[in-house]
Design a protein around this ligand. Structure first.
Ligand code: FES
Ligand code: FES
Length: 159
């Protein structure tokens, strides 16, 4: 086995230092080494979106990103959206308001992707939301409610 490399990651505004095999993905670093299990592993192959996080504000599939490549960047996971004692992020609140989940497994990825979608300016109407959220699969098919949630949160994030 290869000797671990010393990796420094800035996640949700905090610095973490971990020794990792150089091939470790950002997703495995988050979940297995840092203990932030909000980001989910669905496929581990870039096909489901469950692992979506923001890297320097851009939505990124953590299962396809090496942890070492995320050094020097700011990673935001679902845990970083709201403080334990504070209000939810508007996107989180909108998912609650619209029942935009059933089992919830896809939800952290949906929420992070939806925030990216709004910030990119790709949430102008329902067709655009469906198109630009199409990388996030939901086996429970909560899609109509997800679209409604993104529509509501967009108004609040921009208003
Ligand atoms: Fe990353 Fe499915 S776990 S896209
Ligand atoms: Fe179950 Fe989306 S809520 S997979």
């Amino acid at each position: 086995p290869q000797a671990p490399v010393d990796v420094k990651l800035s996640i949700n505004g905090e610095m973490y230092r971990v020794g990792l095999d150089v091939r470790t993905t950002l997703l495995d670093a988050l979940r297995d080494h840092i203990g932030l299990t909000g980001s989910k592993k669905g496929c581990d192959h870039g096909q489901c979106g469950a692992c979506t996080v923001l890297v320097d504000g851009r939505r990124t599939l953590a299962c396809l990103t090496l942890a070492v490549a995320a050094q020097g960047r700011e990673v935001t996971t679902v845990e970083g959206l709201a403080r334990a004692d504070g209000p939810l992020h508007p996107m989180q609140q909108a998912f609650v308001d619209h029942d935009a989940f059933q089992c919830g497994y896809c939800t952290p990825g949906q929420i992070m992707s939806a925030i990216g979608c709004v910030k990119e300016g790709h949430a102008g109407n329902d067709d655009a939301i469906r198109e630009y959220m199409s990388g996030n699969l939901c086996r429970c098919a909560a899609y109509p409610n997800i679209v409604a949630a993104v529509r509501q949160a967009k108004l609040q994030m921009e208003g």
